[in-house]
Design a protein around this ligand. Structure first.
Ligand code: SAM
Length: 399
């Protein structure tokens, strides 16, 4: 039984912090405090495991092992040397250290990384007589140090591979969205499985597959391993219990009624999306039509229902189809199709192009700032009112 209160930090794409705090609270986390790029929270080690298994929005979950005043690199070395790392790993495991600096701090992150690494290695050598090897590519253990003004925070990584890697992706189509950002778009759009969903620029199917996993109440971490499984204090019984509960939850929802349609103009993207769907275990959903992938041009795609949500990230930046029209023209034609055939739908489009509403000749009813990696984007909401196209045409004829 794990009882002690621990401190954690869950990292997420910028713009999703408030939603992540809600998600973690629902998972039993306490004192959730959104900060730029993540959420600090408290809980037991079991809460940390559950956050890794169930969070759709986090990129990584870290366990705080030290918080100390830090005016210079000697303070940082002393803080890192005082941590009982031998509780969690030993010299047989490979190590990687990363240092991040808040805001406009100008210190040399490379040098500070070396100081933290030296402190850990010196401590383990003194205690165990051996020193761990550094492996930046595939480390067994990762330590993060974050310097915020005059405070140093040291964290042990519980996740390993980033959490957006759900363990089912075959190969990448053009510019795939990260799964946790796709989950964030669905959450911001307020999608729930009772609403028909369409992604008409689906690429490798990330948004549709994330929606399917939500409808199937399938924990995003069920198909992968985590760094905490390699730590010396790993509580296997607690983890097996969490896994069993997650599996039971998914079994109960296996028959969920849902309509998720996704399409793309590129046949190879649809092949990849279907392959991803079967790797993720959604073959039966493809067979009975709950999840549909089709080759279609977004400018002619048929609505899969009378009303519902479009959640999509259309191409931007580069021309995506050889011989295709330029992007403003593509988006204008797509918008004309929406106005004509999707009355009653609401469309949410993620784009780095701030002029998207202008190209579409539509006024957005919401505009949310989100980051796709380092790329500042906007999530635009457009309400497509039934009959608006006919009214617009009739108005144009009268004038
Ligand atoms: C930014 S990517 C979408 C990536 C996707 N969200 C994923 O996670 O893989 C844009 C997609 O739009 C598709 N596309 C470009 N022009 C299109 C059109 N006229 N109709 C439908 N799809 C189109 C491209 O093939 C590409 O897969």
């Amino acid at each position: 039984m794990i009882a002690a209160a621990e401190r954690f930090f869950a990292v997420c794409p910028r713009g999703l912090e408030a939603l992540l705090a809600q998600e973690l609270t629902a998972l039993g986390a306490q004192a959730c405090t959104p900060q730029a790029g993540g959420v600090a929270f408290a809980g037991t080690l079991e809460t940390g495991y559950a956050a890794n298994l169930h969070s759709r929005l986090a990129s990584r979950v870290l366990r705080e092992v030290c918080q100390a005043p830090c005016a210079n690199e000697d303070d940082l070395y002393a803080a890192a040397h005082a941590v009982a790392w031998e509780r969690w790993f030993d010299a047989r495991q490979t190590l990687r250290v990363d240092v991040t600096l808040a805001g406009s701090q100008r210190s040399n992150a490379g040098f500070l990384t070396l100081r933290v690494k030296d402190a850990i290695v010196d401590r383990l050598r003194a205690r165990t007589g051996a020193r761990p090897c550094i492996d930046r590519a595939r480390p067994d253990v990762r330590v993060f140090a974050h310097l915020d003004g005059r405070v140093a925070y040291l964290y042990l990584d519980l996740s390993g591979e980033a959490l957006f890697k759900r363990g089912w992706r075959a190969d990448k189509a053009e510019a795939p969205l990260k799964e946790n950002l796709a989950a964030g778009l669905l959450a911001l759009a307020g999608w729930d499985p009772s609403q028909p969903l369409l992604d008409p620029f689906c690429g490798s199917g990330t948004i549709a597959l994330e929606a399917a996993a939500i409808a199937a109440r399938r924990a995003p971490g069920l198909q992968r391993r985590f760094a905490f499984e390699r730590l010396r204090d790993f509580d296997a019984a607690c983890w097996q219990q969490l896994l069993a509960q997650a599996q039971e939850q998914a079994q109960h929802a296996a028959g969920a009624a849902v309509k998720i349609a996704a399409s793309d103009a590129a046949p190879r993207a649809i092949e990849t999306a279907r392959r991803n769907a079967s790797l993720a275990g959604f073959e039966p959903w493809l067979a009975d039509g709950r999840l549909q992938f089709a080759v279609a041009d977004a400018r002619t795609v048929a609505p899969p229902a009378a009303a519902g949500l479009i959640v999509t990230n259309p191409p931007y930046g580069v021309q995506s189809q050889p011989g295709d029209s330029d992007l403003p023209t593509l988006m204008r034609q797509f918008a004309a199709h929406l106005k004509r055939h999707f009355g009653g739908w609401t469309a949410w489009l993620l784009s780095a192009d701030l002029d998207l509403p202008k190209h579409m000749r539509l006024r957005e009813t919401r505009r949310i700032v989100l980051f796709n990696g380092p790329l500042a984007c906007r999530l635009f909401r457009f309400e497509l009112r039934a009959g608006s196209y006919r009214r617009a045409v009739a108005g144009a004829r009268l004038s």
